[in-house]
Write a protein that binds this ligand. Sequence first.
Ligand code: HEM
Length: 169
Amino acid sequence: MDVPELHPDLEPIAFLLGRWEGAGVGGYPTIESFNFGQEIVFGHNGKPFLTYTSRTWLLNDAGERVRELATETGYWRQLPGRQLEVCLTHPTGIVEIYVGEVVFHKIELRTDVVARTATAKEYTAGHRLYGLVNGNLMWAYDMGAVGQPIQSHISAELKKVADFVPDAG
Ligand code: HEM
């Protein structure tokens, strides 16, 4: 199959496309802080959304992968203009719908709806910032969970390692 043309509505978030690799730090009042490695893939198939997957690994002090941590997958739906809708699924029994906007190379998203399975941990709200800084993708994530007010859980910086990915497999 030919490489699909990018849907024109996706132009504002086209800078996300590709495979990104990097590392970050995580923490929360209820857990020990940790270092992690991350891979994010944004792809497209010609329709007005990006496919998205993120995988993470716990890193030891030497920067080696110890074990898998969080993964999430979903779709970033660009509306005409600056508005975005993002649907994400987590293997921890959580599904989130974010709404937000892109302004130049900065994206801000807030949860509109969160749903949890009966056995998922208590999680109520998420706030994400993504930005392109000197060609790197920086992102920061605040959450409200396990009785705590919304506050920082994750921040990371990733470098682009591949430009085009047909979809986020
Ligand atoms: C890069 C992304 C993320 C990484 C690397 C990460 C990593 C971790 C780690 C290592 C823990 C502590 C141990 C554990 O419970 O496994 C944790 C706890 C937790 N995370 Fe994340 N997480 C990420 C994203 C998220 C997201 C997107 C959510 C919500 C949708 C979330 C919700 C939680 C909750 C509810 C806890 C439990 C806190 C507690 O029980 O005290 N995390 N995370």
